[in-house]
Design a protein around this ligand. Sequence first.
Ligand code: IPE
Ligand code: IPE
Ligand code: MG
Length: 267
Amino acid sequence: MRVIVPSELDRKEAELFSQLDPNQFPKHIAIIMDGNGRWAKRRHLPRIAGHKRGVEAVRYVTETAARIGLPALTLYAFSAENFLRRPPGEIKFLMKLLQTYLKKELELMQRNNVRLEFIGRSHMLPPEVQERMAWAKEETARNTGMVLTLALNYGSRSEIVDAVRSMVHAAANNGGLHHLQIDEEAINRHLYTRHLPDLDLVIRTSGELRLSNFLLWQAAYAEIYVTKTLWPDFRGIHLLEAIADFQGRERRYGGLLETNGNNSHSK
Ligand code: IPE
Ligand code: IPE
Ligand code: MG
């Protein structure tokens, strides 16, 4: 198959992209955007300076992901634990940054045909942030390209709790609890991520080897890629490097590899 390199990629990105296997592209990549604080500390700057730079990385990575035709990108912006445990001043700054981001970056999303979604307990965020989120989601609702999902006040365990609650409620309102059917498909349908394809690749920046309560259910058979690069330094080329690494993995899903090297489960 001939590789068509998107013309908007820069030279280094285009070179790496042309080496990728178009038949083995991930459908859904999720990124734990970690290391903003360390980035700032190395420069003797306040932590918030790292968060500010982190937004620029989001811009670059979103654009490259959209240009290469990735169907779904999910970004862990802040966790439920961050929301609870970070100092109020830092949370306040993150809320402001999010509000500005949603307004300023709308043009980039429209230009790249990106549809915005959110996961997490957003009802706990300040009302003005919730309003801006609803606005940005509505403005991009008719875009048909990549789905960009922002995880805000997100925790995987609370997502599973919410899914179980929602299943019980749905059954109670729909003929009674004896109609409650619990299987993996039902749980999938009630998770925040029900709008997304299966997760193929989780990237974590800044070197930590943990999931920090991110997409625990969805990551069951995802490949994990950890880079020492701090989030504010992450660019499109790093995303392509992660995809190249992903394409070198053998996905087994608990089975055995077939002799031709292809796994029957891979799509
Ligand atoms: C990730 O960077 C952004 C958020 C969690 C909001 P950190 O703020 O966790 O940065 P480090 O881990 O302290 O370097
Ligand atoms: C995970 O990073 C959350 C985000 C990157 C948004 P943390 O910095 O909160 O994770 P821990 O505390 O190192 O596990
Ligand atoms: Mg961190």
